[in-house]
Design a protein around this ligand. Structure first.
Ligand code: FDA
Length: 497
């Protein structure tokens, strides 16, 4: 067909997609950045762009008529409620044995995440990305990513007195009394703004419980960092509410990219196609894996190799809560932005974030998201009968994660004389083992692609997101996703343009 021809198209606008779009545009390449979700630049009738976690509404979930909140219950009561179906910000995508939470919108996961911006310990990097030169990553690309994302650490003096971090100080006390190293975790939240929230001089965001459905202030998502720089180049066309459905070699060279335009009810209102010399898959670990598996199986990209769809992991995510004694109140006012972690990675395979439980009332609960060294890996495959991509994960595959998290919390409970909460994930259920926030892998670096994300079999096709990372980063993943993307795009700009 006579589709419009462009030099580069980027599928998805999370960390990988934003890095690709910015660096290509800076190198003088015109880019079309295509994003499935909304632009999230227009306030709703309440004057706010994003909904609060305490009152989910049409903005909160991706094409659901009922919320699917990560913490499904409280004191035994189910929390979920009906909402109008809308192209909302948080996708709770269900596969067999696991719900994978992902951001939908311009900025991808940066819109919904906790902003915890953690560089893995150098000694663990060899197991995170075994084929990547660690000297280059720690010398150049991790610093570049941290600077570009606006990463900073809480003022430790302020931490000692801030009411909103009482829960984290209780977490520290319990960790240290059991002999675990406790460390501050950097974040992209604006800490000066956080101080003003605590002082009551600005509208509250983190201190009003905003996080999962977006932050109306304070958080430096990609909308505050990479995206303004992308727009300032003048070379990037952005299409929000567009879903890429096909990429296939074009007759005159390059690739024909087919995309559907959606309305905010999720209805397809049109289909477009363009021809791009280069296509960068940055639809996230799940989005990129699903696209590539489907395109290989259905004959659009038959020469992709058999590594496509493999090596998917959940970053070992598992959640739990502990019930504290009455003298260890965690505070009615809790910042939704975690700021500290318990490191038992070397000894027990677990790194636990001390997470908030911002209910607005005193709960006497300590809540944790553990990242563990879970060795299990899933595979995406094409289900021709159902016309969709499946993932073969099993809930039982989280058992290693639970065992690793217990190396921290069984010890703390024994020391403190406390027990696990059993009311947060259902009725009498201790472990939040049904979900992940950190999908990784599915088009692993050096396997489905070469060592810079070039897909085997198709010159000009690249993967540049969390799909490259083989299932685990030992800490929260987005700094590593960003740093790897910075490394790969630098090479691609230097050698492939
Ligand atoms: P990402 O998922 O960010 O972006 C992919 C984009 O592609 C999305 O915007 C999607 O809508 C779009 N897309 C998908 N399919 C498409 C298609 N067919 N066509 C067009 N567009 C398409 N990490 C961390 O380091 N610290 C933290 O504190 C947290 N906290 C956290 C909380 C919650 C609730 C979640 C859900 C996640 C986190 N994370 C996190 C994880 C982090 O957000 C995640 O690892 C990154 O966003 C992944 O970056 P990517 O660039 O790989 O994809």
């Amino acid at each position: 067909s006579d589709a419009a021809r462009i030099p580069a198209l980027v599928v998805g606008s999370g960390y990988g997609g934003c890095v690709a779009a910015l660096r290509l545009a800076e190198a003088g390449v015109d880019v079309h950045l295509v994003e499935l979700g909304k632009a999230w630049d227009t306030p709703g009738t309440d004057g706010k762009i994003f909904a609060n976690t305490t009152t989910p509404d049409y903005r909160s979930f991706w094409l659901r008529t009922r919320t699917k909140q990560p913490l499904s219950n409280f004191l035994g009561f189910p929390l979920d409620k009906d909402v109008p179906r809308h192209t909302g910000i948080l996708d709770a995508e269900e596969f067999s044995g696991i719900t994978v939470y992902q951001g939908r919108g311009l900025g991808g996961g940066s819109l919904v995440n906790g902003g915890m911006a953690v560089t893995p310990k150098r000694e663990n990097f060899g197991s995170v990305l075994p084929t990547v030169n660690a000297d280059e990553m720690y010398g150049v690309y991790y610093p570049r990513a941290n600077a570009g994302l606006g990463v900073a650490t809480i003022d430790p003096n302020w931490f000692e007195t801030a009411e909103c971090y009482q829960y984290a100080r209780v977490g520290r006390k319990h960790a240290q009394r059991s002999g675990f190293p406790f460390l501050f975790v950097p974040d992209v939240y604006d800490w000066d703004y956080m101080k003003k929230e605590q002082a009551g001089t600005v509208p509250r965001s983190a201190l009003a419980g905003e996080i999962l459905y977006g932050n109306n202030a304070g958080k430096k998502s990609l909308q505050q960092t990479y995206l303004p720089r992308i727009k300032a180049t003048g070379r990037v066309t952005i299409s929000a509410l567009h879903r890429v459905t096909s990429v296939t070699p074009a007759s005159g060279g390059g690739y024909t990219v087919v995309m559907e335009q959606l309305d905010t009810a999720g209805t397809v209102t049109g289909t477009k196609s363009v021809t791009a010399d280069k296509v960068f898959f940055a639809a996230g670990s799940v989005g990129t894996s699903k696209l590539l598996v489907k395109l290989k199986a259905t004959g659009a990209l038959p020469n992709l190799n058999n590594e496509v769809g493999k090596g998917w992991g959940d970053n070992g995510n598992v959640m739990c809560g502990r019930a504290n004694h009455m003298w260890d109140a965690t505070g009615a006012l809790q910042s939704s932005i975690p700021t500290a972690g318990i490191d038992n990675w070397a000894a027990g395979g677990a790194f636990a974030e001390v997470a908030p439980l911002p209910t607005g009332i005193e709960t006497y609960a300590s809540f944790y998201l553990s990242i563990t060294k879970n060795p299990n890996r899933g595979t995406f495959s094409w289900n021709a009968g159902a016309n969709k991509v499946d993932l073969d994960w099993q809930t039982a595959w989280k058992q290693p994660s639970i065992a690793m998290a217990k190396t921290i919390f069984d010890k703390i409970n024994a020391k403190e004389g406390t027990i696990y909460r059993t009311d947060l994930f259902g009725v009498y259920k201790i472990w939040g083992d049904h979900l992940t926030y950190h999908p990784l892998g599915g088009a692993v670096l050096g396997k489905a692609t070469d060592n810079y994300g070039r897909l085997h079999g198709y010159p000009g096709l690249y993967v540049i997101d969390g799909a490259l990372i083989p299932g685990n980063t030992s800490v929260n993943p987005f700094v590593t996703i960003t740093a790897l993307a910075e490394r790969n795009i630098e090479k691609i700009v230097a050698t492939d343009l």
